[in-house]
Design a protein around this ligand. Structure first.
Ligand SMILES: Nc1nc2c(ncn2[C@@H]2O[C@H](COP(=O)(O)OP(=O)(O)OP(=O)(O)O)[C@@H](O)[C@H]2O)c(=O)[nH]1
Ligand SMILES: [Mg+2]
Length: 240
């Protein structure tokens, strides 16, 4: 039987993106389904997805009561996916920074891996379009730093275009995952790596959003700065 794959898309005020994104995802492969986790977006993103889901069995939505953060949105989505026995679980942004046309390459790569990571920085290349120099520098430096502190052998540790095999998510104690912003991406990959799963990076081009507003915050960056040391400690003490 073919694999069933769920693409989890967390949303907060993505009304100008989501209605275009969902069909673009579904068109890539018949095995793909979508789960939007919306945090009561004031712009009505949730209602738009409700309407799409009504006509399409491959589209699902979870409504949360308030903006509770990216990490907990994914954890909610992971649990939902595990309960329904999906074989593959994707993470993807709603703002077209992650090109849905790359999904088939993830499906191909996961055949030989347990986690596939879309990588903006690989082998000395930087594949980011339209970011101001300051943001690019921050992100690149954060990745060098995270790799150095945690030992995680991947170039793009904070990227959010990913595919997990179900058994990877099953083997991680989701209730003990602590981070909520960029650190969430590092923490999930670190936990998978520590358990001996095969992580594979494939190059992607990341394009800055053209619609909607950024939710990047200083708090999210601060969390990542500290979290990598916690992960290193947990790794050394066998807590992870
Ligand atoms: N459900 C939920 N989704 C969120 C939350 N914060 C961000 N998102 C979504 O997570 C994805 C990534 O967030 P972005 O705001 O694009 O973060 P980014 O790519 O680092 O920064 P920009 O593209 O510059 O905004 C998008 O689909 C957002 O709508 C949140 O608190 N809850
Ligand atoms: Mg974005």
């Amino acid at each position: 039987m073919a694999d069933r794959a769920l693409v989890i898309v967390p949303t907060y005020n993505e009304r100008f993106n989501i209605a275009r994104l969902i069909p673009a995802i579904l068109a890539q492969d018949p095995c793909l389904e979508v789960l939007v986790v919306d945090d009561a977006s004031p712009d009505g993103t949730g209602a738009i997805v409700d309407e799409i889901a009504e006509d399409n069995q491959r589209v699902n939505i979870i409504h949360r009561s308030a903006k509770l953060g990216l990490g907990t949105a994914y954890l909610t989505g992971f649990r939902w996916a595990l309960e329904r026995r999906y074989d593959l679980v994707f993470e993807m942004d709603a703002d077209f920074s992650h090109n849905p046309e790359r999904l088939p390459e993830f499906l191909e790569a996961i055949r030989e891996a347990d986690v596939v990571l879309g990588s903006r920085y690989q082998n000395g290349h930087v594949n980011v379009v339209n970011w101001p120099m300051s943001r690019l520098f921050l992100s690149y430096a954060a990745n060098v730093y995270a790799r150095a502190v945690t030992g995680l052998p991947i170039f793009d540790t904070t990227g959010g275009f990913k595919c997990f095999r179900r058994n990877v998510l099953e083997s991680i104690d989701l209730s003990s995952v602590k981070s909520n912003g960029y650190a969430f991406q590092i923490e999930m990959s670190f936990r998978a790596w520590k358990r001996g799963f095969r992580l594979v990076e494939i190059p992607i081009v990341f394009v800055d959003r053209t619609e909607g507003e950024s939710k990047m915050s200083k708090r999210i960056v601060r969390e990542a700065v500290w979290m990598v040391w916690r992960l290193r400690w947990w790794g050394l003490t066998g807590r992870i």
